[in-house]
Design a protein around this ligand. Structure first.
Ligand SMILES: [Zn+2]
Length: 422
C-alpha cells in the first residue's frame, strides 16, 4: 500500500520517496515504452473521483500519468524516446529498486484542480440545499466542468441565484476539512449530501461548519484548506440532458482566464461597433438591420442585372449572334462577377428563348454551365468531353455543369464542342 501524503497535506509540493518496484513496459503500438514506479510514499494524486491525476517530475523525469490499483499508486514516467541518440542515460537506467528519489509536483495544475474540485463541491451543495437537486454526474475537463443535476428544468434565474450563493461561500473563506472514518457507521451521522457507497476507509469532505455545511460528501479528491482559495465560480450555460440539467461551470484560475478572454472579445467588439458594454448589443442589432437593408438592395440590383443579361441573350438569338453549324447552334456568354447560382438563374429565365446550346461561363469558379433546348444531351456532352481537360461534373439532359481547374480549359472545351457538333 502506498502512503498517500496528499491525504494529510495537500500543500506538499516535493518529497523524497523510496522506489519499491520498477515496471518497464512496452506500450506496443508505436514501439514507445514507459517506465512505471511504485514508491513507499507519494505526493502525486492518481486519477480518480472525477479529478485528473497530478503531473510533475521524479528525479527530473516527467511523470505523464498516475493511477491507483488496490491502494498502490503507479507513477508512469516518460521513457527513452526523448533520450534517443543522447549520451545521457535513459530513465530505465536511472532508477533502481531501493533508491531514494525526489518527487516534485506541477503545483499550478494541482492547485487549479483543487480549485475546480472544491468549486464543484460548493455548487453541488447549494443546488442540493436550494433546489433539492442532486448532482448525478460530474466531469472535470481541461476547459470546463459539467454537473448533471437531477432536475428537468432549472431556469437561468435560479442558476444565477445559486451561483451568487456559491460565491458567497467562497467569500466567507470557510474551512474545507477532510475527515477520515474507518467504519461506515461513524460517518453516517454527518449531514451528507449523498448516501455512502463505501463500507470502510471513508473520506468525508466538509465545506464550512459541520452543523450547517455548504457541502458535506464522501470524496477522495484534493481540496484547498479554505473555500476562499477557490477564487470564483461561474456558471456558463445550462443544457437539457437525459431528463436532468447539465450545468457548465468554471472555477478558480480557469474562471479568471475565461473572464480575461471574454473581456478581450467584448473590448474588440466595442472597438468595432464604437460601443460600450452597455450598448454593444443595441449597436449590433442596429448594424444587423442595416445589413438586412443592404442585402435587400443587393438582391434587387442583382435581379435587375440578371433580367438585363437574359434580355441580352434574347437579343443575341434574335440577331443570330451565335456559332452555327449544320448540327448545332451554340451561344456562349461569359460573366466575370457572378456566381454559379446567378448563372443558373439566368439560364432558367432564358430557357424559353434557347436554341441549341446555351453556354454560360463563370470565370470566378472556372465553371461552364450548359443549357439545351432538348436537341443536345448536356450531361452526355460533359461526361464524354470534360475529362479530356481534367474537368468533372454532370447534370441532366437540359442542364449540366463542367468544372475545370484552369480557366483556359473552358475555351478549349468549347472549341471541342463546336468541332464535335459540326
Ligand atoms: Zn472532492
Amino acid at each position: 500500500m502506498t502512503n498517500k501524503l496528499y491525504k494529510h497535506d495537500v500543500y506538499l509540493k516535493t518529497c523524497e520517496s523510496t522506489i519499491l518496484e520498477i515496471i518497464d513496459k512496452n506500450s506496443g503500438t508505436d514501439n514507445s515504452s514507459c517506465l512505471i514506479l511504485v514508491l513507499d510514499k507519494t505526493i502525486f494524486f492518481p486519477t480518480g473521483g472525477g479529478q485528473p491525476c497530478d503531473l510533475g517530475t521524479i528525479n527530473g523525469i516527467s511523470v505523464i500519468d498516475v493511477f491507483e490499483e488496490n491502494d498502490i499508486v503507479y507513477h508512469v514516467l516518460e521513457d527513452d524516446d526523448m533520450h534517443m541518440g543522447s549520451c545521457s542515460p535513459s530513465p530505465a537506467q536511472m532508477f533502481q529498486k531501493g533508491q531514494t528519489v525526489k518527487l516534485s509536483l506541477d503545483w499550478d495544475r494541482r492547485f487549479n484542480n483543487m480549485q475546480k474540485h472544491c468549486g464543484e463541491h460548493i455548487l453541488s451543495g447549494i443546488f442540493y440545499s436550494e433546489l433539492n437537486g442532486v448532482n448525478r454526474g460530474f466531469h472535470m475537463g481541461d476547459s470546463y466542468m459539467t454537473l448533471d443535476i437531477d432536475i428537468k428544468d432549472i431556469t437561468w434565474e435560479q442558476a444565477m441565484k445559486i451561483e451568487t450563493l456559491a460565491n458567497k461561500v467562497i467569500w466567507s473563506n470557510t474551512p474545507v476539512i477532510t475527515r477520515y472514518f474507518e467504519k461506515r457507521k461513524d460517518a453516517e451521522n454527518l449531514p451528507l449530501r449523498k448516501p455512502l457507497s463505501l463500507e470502510e476507509n471513508i473520506s468525508i469532505v466538509c465545506v464550512g461548519d459541520i452543523n450547517n455545511p455548504a457541502d458535506c460528501v464522501a470524496c477522495c479528491g484534493t481540496h484547498p484548506s479554505t473555500a476562499g482559495q477557490v477564487g470564483i465560480i461561474k456558471i456558463l450555460k445550462l443544457e437539457k440532458y437525459k431528463g436532468m440539467t447539465r450545468v457548465y461551470i468554471k472555477a478558480g484560475q480557469g474562471a479568471l482566464l475565461d473572464y480575461q478572454n471574454k473581456n478581450d472579445i467584448i473590448t474588440a467588439l466595442n472597438n468595432k461597433y464604437s460601443s460600450s458594454d452597455d450598448d454593444l448589443i443595441d449597436k449590433i442589432k442596429i448594424q444587423d438591420e442595416k445589413n438586412k437593408v443592404i442585402r435587400q438592395e443587393l438582391h434587387e440590383i442583382k435581379t435587375l442585372l440578371i433580367t438585363n443579361y437574359v434580355s441580352d441573350i434574347k437579343n443575341d438569338y434574335a440577331n443570330e449572334n451565335y456559332y452555327k453549324s449544320s448540327n448545332a447552334i451554340i451561344l456562349t456568354k461569359k460573366y466575370d462577377n457572378l456566381k454559379i447560382n446567378d448563372l443558373l438563374n439566368i439560364g432558367k429565365q432564358a430557357a424559353p428563348y434557347i436554341k441549341g446550346l446555351l453556354l454560360l461561363i463563370c470565370t470566378k469558379e472556372n465553371t461552364l454551365i450548359l443549357f439545351s433546348d432538348g436537341s443536345h444531351d448536356c450531361n452526355k456532352l460533359v461526361k464524354e468531353n470534360a475529362p479530356i481537360y481534367n474537368g468533372k461534373g454532370g447534370g441532366n439532359k437540359n442542364n449540366a455543369r463542367a468544372i475545370f481547374n484552369k480557366y483556359e480549359y473552358i475555351d478549349t472545351f468549347i472549341d471541342l464542342l463546336c468541332k464535335h457538333l459540326r
